[in-house]
Design a protein. Structure first.
Length: 155
């Protein structure tokens, strides 16, 4: 018999009838950040930085390249920076929850820990976290929320 994974244990604790844990971040804000993080995660390194050709000739793949003036990066950084300190802490705690560092039952502890590590580098830390969008989505789902309706047509 195999031992259940941490994720299976966490998911078995929550049921569809459990009330969702309330966040100080509006659903639209966290969903916007989640969607932008997923878009940013999909970017790749430029393969031809000196390309001067027509986007149609390149099958418009340059849009998936991570450029210095990337609007997705600017929107993501701006959205996280616009949050107050408590809201940024919740985003960090959601990331940790989705990554498996905490469970939904440990949500308050994750938030306390996230508030303790607030600094000016938090936005860069979050943006630099690989799979941030997936972690945020998983954490948000574990707390009983979903961005499914918000993300329709955006991803």
């Amino acid at each position: 018999m195999t031992r259940p994974t941490r994720k299976e244990i966490t998911m078995s604790r929550r049921t569809d009838t459990d009330p969702a844990i309330e966040l100080s971040i509006a659903a639209e804000q966290i969903c916007f950040i989640l969607v932008k993080a997923k878009e940013f995660d999909a970017l790749v390194e430029p393969d031809d930085p000196e390309s001067g050709s027509n986007p149609t000739d390149d099958r418009e793949i340059d849009v998936l390249e991570d450029q210095a003036d990337n609007p997705t990066l600017q929107e993501l950084a701006g959205a996280i920076s616009a949050l107050n300190a408590d809201q940024r802490s919740e985003v960090l705690a959601l990331c940790w929850l989705g990554r498996g560092d905490y469970t939904a039952a440990d949500w308050m502890e994750a938030c306390r820990e996230a508030r303790a590590v607030q600094d000016e580098q938090l936005v860069q830390y979050l943006i630099g976290t690989p799979l941030l969008g997936d972690y945020l989505e998983e954490g948000y789902n574990q707390l009983g929320h979903s961005c499914e309706d918000y993300a329709l047509g955006r991803l």
